[in-house]
Design a protein around this ligand. Sequence first.
Ligand SMILES: C[S@@+](CC[C@H](N)C(=O)[O-])C[C@H]1O[C@@H](n2cnc3c(N)ncnc32)[C@H](O)[C@@H]1O
Length: 302
Amino acid sequence: MGKSSKDKRDLYYRKAKEQGWRARSAFKLLQLNERFDLFSDIERVVDLCAAPGSWSQVLSRELFQKQDKKNAKIVSVDLQPMVPIEGVTTIQADITHPKTLQEILNVFGGEPADFVCSDGAPDVTGLHDLDEYIQAQLILAALQLTTCILKPGGKFVAKVFRGRDIDLLYAQLSYLFEQVICAKPRSSRGTSLEAFIVCLGYKPRAGWQPKLELNKSTEEFFRGSGIGKAENMQYLELPEDERLIAKFIACGDINDVDSDATYTLDTLDKIQSLNPVQLPTAPPYKRALELKRLGQANSKRV
Ligand SMILES: C[S@@+](CC[C@H](N)C(=O)[O-])C[C@H]1O[C@@H](n2cnc3c(N)ncnc32)[C@H](O)[C@@H]1O
């Protein structure tokens, strides 16, 4: 396979390199914004699970370059180190750890966020049930953090996989937001279960003080929140009256490229291959290469 083989199989990958985005995911956020106008009236933004940083790049260009918001603050959090982006504070941390919330609040000087987004995905094991479970835990961690930091009326967007129990999540969210929409940007492959929940108009639950604490389970966190049966995480089968089928909206221009199609680069006048915009900072293969250099690759498990 030639160097430009992936460019042909995935034109968004190619376009990302042409336009200077660190990942093709940038187009997902851009297409979500085209449909839901996410970037208007926002100054304090949290980008969870942000590495390598294409969503943060989109946010930085939008707030600092296009809207010229000098007071805007963007905080990006990931387990992986991130190469700096103009105007973005990066925090290397676990979004499931309570102290991460305090670190974000410190950057905002204690002020709430206007917009929280999360494109989080765990390392896939290939065991579907386990992968789906870990992904669900990551979304709940993002949601817990969001309820502690988002201003009333604020927006929340997160990646989901439309698995078996997704209506439970929609139901939980519908108690917390005025609108809950399941959106599929054109740049997200049609063959993938990936979608994005777009939650608009945060409505904090009256009398509920969400508080992140170490060793507190998700169930304990939501206790007292009054988000219906969904408050009790044991209920995977919701009663009929609490089921919520979120509106499903495809977004992105119909004339945008198709993420499931293969294109020929020469007909598109894109014959030259391009290098990635940002190489991974801490790829898992780095250690393996070090051991190989030292001639120890076969003697140790890496
Ligand atoms: C699909 S990538 C995000 C891509 C990013 N939105 C972009 O545009 O460049 C998913 C990220 O989730 C991060 N992640 C997974 N679990 C996490 C956790 N518990 N805390 C923080 N980041 C996490 C991974 O390290 C990975 O960088």
